[in-house]
Design a protein around this ligand. Structure first.
Ligand SMILES: [Zn+2]
Length: 205
């Protein structure tokens, strides 16, 4: 799949999901759009940093002229044949533990969902009771993509786990993170209070 990120044609317009979209296109169209983006960037250089993070605009330009060009055939094949990843990874949103980077994976190779502390909430039978983001991703990976492996990627120095263990602000049972992290209570209770040493769970005989 070759995707184009289109920034608004009216740079003074606020970025919203409605005027920013991603869609497939061929290389010729991509170059045309890229030229338009570049001319807009030059024309409205002073305003753009306020609208869109420089890190992203520069990174995207680098991607367009680098990896996307080098691996054009691969992206084209993914566009034509769709994605068929064999591995699903459930990871933490922590910016230091991007699964694609850690496992040196390319486009189309792993299906990833990330949330706070790489948790998988209990499967609820009542689909109408709430919005089950992680469950929806697992359902899609298993039923539609038919992945062969599901890997839960934990990591050291997880802020979500540390906040739960230390009862650190702003966590409370009244905020989203507090509620979310309360899911680890059964395991945390088994482990006891934090000791600063790596924990060991009792394994069944
Ligand atoms: Zn984490």
């Amino acid at each position: 799949m070759i995707s184009c990120l289109l920034i608004p044609m009216q740079p003074e317009k606020k970025l919203t999901p409605e005027n920013l979209f991603i869609r497939p296109c061929d290389k010729k169209e991509m170059n045309t759009i890229n030229d338009k983006i570049n001319s807009l960037i030059q024309k409205h250089k002073s305003k753009i940093p306020l609208m869109f993070p420089k890190k992203l605009s520069e990174g995207y330009a680098s991607f367009l002229h680098g990896k996307l060009e080098r691996e054009h055939a691969r992206y084209k094949k993914l566009e034509e044949e769709g994605q068929h990843p064999e591995i699903m990874i459930i990871g933490c949103g922590d910016s230091r533990v991007a699964p694609e980077t850690i496992f040196d994976a390319g486009p189309g190779e792993i299906f990833v969902i990330r949330n706070i502390a790489n948790l998988i909430p209990p499967c609820e039978s009542d689909v109408e009771s709430s919005f089950h983001g992680t469950s929806a991703a697992v359902e899609f990976a298993v039923n539609a993509l038919k992945v062969k492996h599901i890997v839960v990627l934990g990591h050291a120095s997880c802020g979500g786990i540390a906040a739960y263990a230390n009862k650190a602000a702003p966590l409370s049972q009244r905020d989203f993170i507090g509620k979310w992290m309360s899911q680890i209570a059964p395991v945390a209770d088994k482990l006891g209070p934090p000791t600063g040493r790596p924990a060991k769970l009792d394994t069944p005989a």
